[in-house]
Design a protein around this ligand. Structure first.
Ligand SMILES: [Zn+2]
Length: 234
């Protein structure tokens, strides 16, 4: 039977099977799905306690397996991805002029030929990222400006292994375009992290105490960032 456990803002689904075994057994399959088997007398609470004791490992392993097995995103009809934390489905329609329009949870791509899906989708996403960066900057800078640093320039780029980076001397912060797949509170957290680097370029304790003034529950957010719960367009 399917069950769900929620912890620190992450919702994890697992398949529970009662079996004539001695102990609780946990397996993260290669597709990222989670399977638990246990003797019949083990309660749901005991299973959850068991999972929570292994939570960090579980989330990390699941994210790794999901990442390895997820087919590349191609802006194809019916494909889904996340935008500001919400699932969005791509729908194709043919038309004489290429266009993209987001309506509720549907991204409608009008295509002159099906081959242009990738080009039209990426162009739309680039524009979306630029708009969202401006909105994100408004929200987050208004919280940070009282620190008295000069307002940095924000740049956008595809990055593979980090959400953002800060060149404090040059006053330039680069954000990963993948940031806009995440829920707004996580994107804000990433930008706050980079703003804090303007005052503390390293990751020493001074940096973390400043960051925690803005985000006391930052460790929870770090976990959410690593959860692998979001599907990126690239
Ligand atoms: Zn950092």
């Amino acid at each position: 039977m399917k069950r769900t456990i929620n912890h620190h803002g992450i919702s994890l689904e697992y398949e529970f099977t009662p079996k004539p075994v001695k102990n609780i057994n946990l397996r993260v399959r290669s597709d990222g799905s989670v399977a638990v088997s246990a003797p019949r007398w083990v309660t749901k609470g005991q299973v959850e306690e068991f999972l929570l004791a292994r939570w960090d490992w579980l989330i990390k392993t699941r994210a790794g397996n999901l990442g390895n097995n997820m087919p590349q995103f191609g802006w194809q009809d019916g494909e889904t991805f996340h935008l500001l934390g919400q699932p969005i489905t791509v729908k194709h329609q043919s038309g004489s002029k290429n266009a993209a329009q987001l309506q509720e949870n549907i991204l409608r791509l009008t295509l002159d030929t099906p081959n242009s899906a990738q080009k039209v989708g990426e162009k739309w996403y680039d524009t979306f990222c630029v708009q969202q960066t401006a909105l994100l900057e408004e929200r987050v800078w208004s919280r940070f400006r009282s620190m008295g640093t000069e307002r940095p320039t924000l740049r956008l780029r595809w990055m593979t292994s980090r959400w953002g980076s800060c060149m404090s001397k040059q006053g330039v912060i680069t954000l990963n375009k993948r940031l806009f797949s995440l829920p707004p509170h996580l994107a804000e957290y990433v930008l706050l992290h980079e703003y804090c680097h303007l005052l503390h370029p390293d990751h020493q304790s001074g940096f973390y105490s400043l960051l925690e003034e803005f985000v006391p529950h930052r460790k929870q957010l770090d976990k959410q960032l690593k959860s692998g719960a979001y599907r990126f367009v690239r």
